[in-house]
Design a protein around this ligand. Structure first.
Ligand code: XIL
Length: 363
C-alpha cells in the first residue's frame, strides 16, 4: 500500500506545486500566517495522522516555527496531520525576554493563533531552560534573578492562560551522568529549590495548565533516568504541583533505545501519578548501515516501535516530533546533515510516517 501511496503522492505533489504556484500567482498568503482550516491541505497527502491519533486517544504533535507557518505547503501539512503544537524556540526565554522589561510575545502568539485556528492544542516550551537564557538574565545577581524568574513565569503563563494545554516548566535540569542536578545559572544562583518554586509559580498563574518536567537521555532505565525518577518522586512527595514528564527521544536508528527498557521507565514514571509524553522525537539515520531505502525502513521500525510504547501505555498521552519535514530539522546543525523526520523535504510522506501511523492504529 505504502509504495502506491508514495507514487500517488509524488505524482500529485507536482500537481500541488502547480496549485501552490497558481495560488501564489493570484496573490495568496504573502507574509501572513495561515490561520485556519481555510488553508487547503496539499492534496493528496496520506490519511491524516491526527485521525489515527484520535483513534488511539493520543495527541500527535510537532514542533513548528512561526516563520515556516507562513508557507502554505508547510502550514497545510501541519494542519492536516497534527493536533498538538510546540514552538521550537518562540516561547523560550531568549525569545520572549530578549531585553529587560520587553515581552516579545508576537512569534509565540502567531503559533498559538494558528493552532487554535486549526483545532489544535499547544504545549508551551520551555519556561526555564539553561539553553535559552538571555545574557542580561545570566548577568543578574542572585538577589535580582529570583524576582526576575518569578515574574517571568507569572507573566508568560498568564499571557497564554487558557490557550495552552501544558507547559514544559523546567527543561534538562538533571546532569547527563545522573550524578545530580545539572549545573545551571538557575541552580547556582537560586539553589536546588528553583525547580519546585517554578512549578508552584506556574500553577498559581494558570491552575488548569498541565505542568511538565522535560529532559533527554532518560528514556530507558539508566543512571540519568534514575536521577530524574528520584527528582520527580521527591517533587510529588513534597506536594509540588507537577502533572507530567516529557521524554525528548532524540534517538539514532543505528543504536535505538530498547523498547522494553523505555516501557519499564514509562511505567515507573506513570506509577508516580504522572502523565508521560514523548516530547521531541526524531530518529537519525546518518550513521545507520546500508543504502537509503534500507535506512528508511530501519527508521520506520524505530518510529513504529517507540511510538508503540506510548500507544500501549494508557498514561502516555502524547507523541510530539521535533519537526516533521527533513527540510527543517535542528539535527542537521547539531549532529550533521540527516533525514530524521516523517516527511521528506518535498513534504512527501516517508516510510517513517507510515510506521507512526501503523503504531497509532496498532497495526
Ligand atoms: C532546539 C531547537 O530545535 C533549535 O532550533 C534551537 O536553536 C535550539 O533548541 N532540547 C530541547 C529543545 O528541549 O528546545 C531544543 O530545541 C533541542 C533539544
Amino acid at each position: 500500500m505504502e509504495e502506491a501511496a508514495l507514487r500517488r503522492a509524488s505524482i500529485l505533489r507536482a500537481l500541488l506545486a502547480i496549485a501552490v504556484l497558481a495560488q501564489a500567482a493570484c496573490g495568496g498568503d504573502k507574509g501572513t500566517a495561515p490561520t485556519g482550516p481555510t488553508n487547503p491541505a496539499p492534496a493528496p497527502q496520506p490519511d491524516p495522522l491526527r485521525d489515527a491519533a484520535n483513534a488511539s486517544g493520543k495527541l500527535v504533535g510537532t514542533a513548528v516555527q512561526s516563520g515556516y507557518l507562513r508557507m502554505p505547503q508547510y502550514a497545510a501539512v501541519v494542519g492536516r496531520h497534527f493536533n498538538y503544537l510546540t514552538a521550537e524556540y518562540e516561547m523560550k526565554m531568549a525569545t520572549i525576554a530578549q531585553s529587560p522589561g520587553v515581552d516579545n510575545f508576537a512569534p509565540g502568539d502567531a503559533i498559538v493563533g494558528f493552532a487554535l485556528g486549526n483545532g489544535m492544542r499547544v504545549k508551551g516550551h520551555a519556561l526555564l531552560w539553561h539553553g535559552s537564557v538571555p545574557s542580561w538574565v545570566d548577568a543578574l545577581p542572585a538577589a535580582d534573578l529570583k524576582p526576575m524568574v518569578d515574574s517571568y513565569i507569572r507573566n508568560v503563563v498568564a499571557h497564554y492562560r487558557g490557550q495552552v494545554l501544558a507547559w514544559d516548566v523546567v527543561n534538562e535540569a538533571v546532569a547527563d551522568d545522573g550524578s545530580g542536578l545539572r549545573d545551571t545559572v538557575f541552580r547556582r544562583k537560586l539553589g536546588d529549590g528553583y525547580i519546585a518554586d517554578a512549578f508552584r509559580t506556574a500553577r498559581q498563574a494558570d491552575p488548569s495548565a498541565k505542568l511538565i518536567y522535560n529532559d533527554y537521555g532518560g528514556e530507558t532505565l539508566n543512571g540519568k533516568s534514575n536521577r530524574i525518577y528520584d527528582l520527580l518522586r521527591s517533587l510529588v512527595a513534597q506536594g509540588v504541583p507537577i502533572d507530567g514528564v516529557g521524554l525528548q527521544m532524540h534517538v539514532s536508528a543505528s543504536n535505538p533505545p530498547s523498547a522494553a527498557s523505555v516501557a519499564a521507565n514509562v511505567r515507573r514514571l506513570a506509577d508516580l501519578g504522572l502523565a508521560v509524553n514523548i516530547s521531541e522525537m526524531d530518529v537519525r539515520i546518518r550513521d545507520a548501515p546500508g543504502p537509503l531505502q534500507t535506512r528508511l525502513e530501519l527508521q520506520k521500525s524505530v518510529y513504529k516501535t517507540l511510538v508503540g510504547v506510548c500507544v500501549d501505555e494508557p498514561r502516555c498521552d502524547a507523541v510530539t516530533f521535533w519537526g516533521f519535514t527533513d527540510a527543517y530539522s535542528w539535527i542537521d546543525d547539531r549532529f550533521g546533515a540527516d533525514d530524521p523526520l516523517l516527511f521528506d523535504d518535498q513534504y512527501g510522506a516517508k516510510p517513517a510516517f507510515f510506521g507512526v501511523w501503523e503504531a497509532l492504529l496498532r497495526r
